[in-house]
Design a protein around this ligand. Structure first.
Ligand code: NCC
Length: 276
């Protein structure tokens, strides 16, 4: 198939991917009593629309970026997993509107998901690497990590905080966009939280700025801005098809290469602003 232009890729993404979250009317959840604690409406009808949004990757290259003020000037800010703001405000800002977390973070003792105040600002959105093409019941009975158990526990402790779970269809719809636009077969693992969060914000915002997903001149093997741990695989990918994700985002970027180089900043249009 011919290589699509950036504008064509954006339209394809808009047409073929929809951000859906679990609601209590969906089987098997409709017959489970705890599912009444799922939000009654899908995420996209509760959050946004926002004018401008920032997606803050957790990359080590955010360290010493001084991007904090710029990030906080957006109407909504998305962060990932256990990425903190306290102590790093100068580089990553302090506003958190949405936090996207994988099920590993929810389940591992290290992250103190149930007790740490890190997770208490903004809305939470969780996802679990579901098997490709599995239905909700198969996934429910065999999640990668115990996402539903931890969800129930967190809900009991923080009943007022908005907390959504992504429908696994979404992660594979995004994966399919990557595969269909690459010449070679990519690994059948879901995209990283970074790309999932970017597409999520493209559904809620008019303009999305993504920071240090495409590395700037500060590019480093430091994995996260908040940890002294070095591994180039954090930036290049291993389990996730991260390099392919970055290739796709590079092709869709509407900002300049200079913006990437100096600020690690990519500019993407929200779906509502696209004329396809
Ligand atoms: O590292 P992680 O991601 O939390 O980072 C969030 C997103 O930022 C982008 N990123 C990060 C580091 C870097 N050097 N370059 C980047 O571009 C990626 O898009 C990434 O998705 C995840 O995707 O959920 C991931 O989660 C971690 C880990 O589970 C959590 O941080 C909790 O510890 C995964 N690491 C491991 O499993 C060891 C990582 O593979 C993906």
């Amino acid at each position: 198939r011919p290589k699509l232009s950036g504008a064509e890729l954006l339209c394809e993404l808009k047409e073929k991917v929809s951000v859906s979250t679990l609601t209590s009317d969906l089987p098997p959840f409709s017959s489970l009593s705890w599912a009444a604690t799922l939000p009654p409406a899908p995420l996209t009808s509760d959050l946004g629309p926002y004018r401008s949004c920032a997606v803050v990757s957790s990359a080590g290259s955010l360290r010493y970026s001084g991007l904090g003020k710029e990030i906080d000037s957006h109407d909504a800010v998305l962060r990932f997993n256990a990425a903190p703001t306290t102590g790093y405000e100068k580089d990553v800002g302090s506003k958190t509107t949405i936090r996207l977390i994988n099920s590993q973070v929810m389940a591992s003792d290290d992250h103190r998901f149930l007790s740490s105040s890190l997770y208490s600002s903004g809305a939470l959105v969780a996802w679990d690497p579901a098997p490709f093409s599995a239905d909700l019941t198969q996934w429910y009975n065999r999640t990668d990590y115990p996402i539903f158990l931890q969800y129930q526990r967190y809900r009991r402790l923080h009943p007022l905080q908005p907390f959504y779970i992504l429908h696994p269809r979404f992660e594979w719809q995004v994966w399919q966009r990557i595969q269909d636009n690459m010449a070679e077969p990519i690994q059948k693992n879901p995209p990283s939280s970074g790309l999932l969060g970017t597409v999520l914000m493209m559904s809620l915002c008019d303009t999305v700025h993504v920071y240090e997903f495409l590395p700037s001149r500060r590019k480093t093997e430091l994995c996260h801005y908040y940890q002294r741990f070095y591994d180039a695989a954090c930036t290049l990918g291993a389990y996730h098809p991260l390099l392919y994700e970055k290739n796709l985002v590079k092709r869709m970027n509407q900002g300049s290469d200079r913006d990437i180089y100096t600020h690690g900043r990519v500019t993407l249009p929200g779906f509502r602003k696209l004329n396809c």
